[in-house]
Write a protein that binds this ligand. Structure first.
Ligand code: 3PG
Length: 305
């Protein structure tokens, strides 16, 4: 039997195991792995490849697809599809796969860790020590136990955060755009109710037209208790103008934005208790290796279908 062997272009970081695993496949002729390429280099490379693997570092455009004359398949090595023009791919008969399950544990653990480090002021305390200060009294923190937690987004990740939080003796309110679920330990709440009642809020929704600016002026003005906020969704799910106001007036006491986007200016937040991270939620060896296994089975499926 003649085996078709694929040429694969990978433009976002993947784990070494993933890279080696794909390179060793009989079904693969070549893997070109180059992360952090500029747009024009990508356009130059695209015509030569049949499979494109990417994460959230780039948005596929019409121009990319015009160049990608041999492209048969796009693999989003992760969950979010806001950077993928799925309809266009379908029209061009280019197959598309994302990998929705592999990172759930990593993201949920990251949220729980982010809540705890913020409640105990670990990041600003470290930054203060680096400046030669000793401000023990100023960095008095809060316990998680007994707090009300708002989970905005209650799909795979939201439910796993809820499960991990259960030994902490917290009250969980969840908001889900899709449906109310029948869960014993968490209660459905509107966004306004979550803003009014919760001391800790975590956001894990996909970015869509409906979730763009989901946390808006009304949300921030409804906050009653100073909130510790975590965004592991996408940058634009929160309206940064009103978040900034809420950081200044103390409605948000601390905020961690995981999906920071390259090129955004963070200087307006310099003196505020907000921490930007380079989108680390799903960035563990374990999750990335699971993604690698799924990429391999997608390539196998493409070969033998
Ligand atoms: C996802 O959508 O899978 C997560 O936000 C992680 O994105 P990443 O693959 O770019 O790290």
């Amino acid at each position: 039997m003649h085996l078709h062997r694929f040429r694969i272009l990978v433009i976002d970081p993947i784990s070494n195991n993933t890279l080696e695993g794909i390179r060793e496949m009989d079904e693969v002729e070549e893997v070109h792995y180059d992360k952090y390429l500029d747009e024009s280099s990508i356009l130059e490379l695209l015509p030569n490849y049949e499979v494109l693997v990417l994460r959230s570092g780039y948005t596929i455009t019409h121009e990319w697809l015009e160049k990608a004359i041999n492209l048969k398949c796009v693999i989003r090595a992760g969950v979010g599809t806001d950077n993928i023009p799925q309809q266009l791919l379908q029209e061009m008969r280019i197959k598309f796969y994302n990998i929705p399950h592999a990172t759930t544990t990593s993201v949920a653990e990251y949220v729980v860790g982010s809540i705890l480090i913020q409640l105990r002021n670990l990041i600003p305390a470290h930054l203060s020590i680096q400046k030669g200060e000793w401000k023990k009294a100023e960095f008095i923190g809060n316990e998680l136990s007994g707090k009300s937690i708002g989970l905005i987004g209650y799909g795979r990740i939201g439910q796993e955060i809820d499960r991990l939080l259960s030994p902490f003796n917290v009250n969980v309110l969840y908001y889900s755009r899709t449906k109310k679920r029948n869960v014993a330990h968490a209660r459905y709440g509107t966004l306004e109710e979550i803003a009014k009642k919760c001391e800790v809020i975590s956001v894990q929704v996909p970015l869509t037209r409906e979730t763009y600016n989901l946390l808006d002026e009304n949300f921030f003005s409804s906050i009653k208790n100073p909130v510790t906020l975590i965004n592991v969704a996408r940058y634009n799910v929160i309206n940064m103008k009103y978040l900034k106001k809420a950081l200044i007036n103390g409605k948000v006491r601390s905020c961690l934005i995981d999906p920071f986007e390259r090129g955004y200016d963070i200087s307006p937040y310099d003196e505020l208790p907000i921490y930007f991270l380079p989108h680390l939620g799903g960035n563990t060896f374990e999750a990335q290796d699971r993604i690698g296994e799924e990429i391999k089975s997608i390539i196998r499926e493409l070969t033998y279908k």
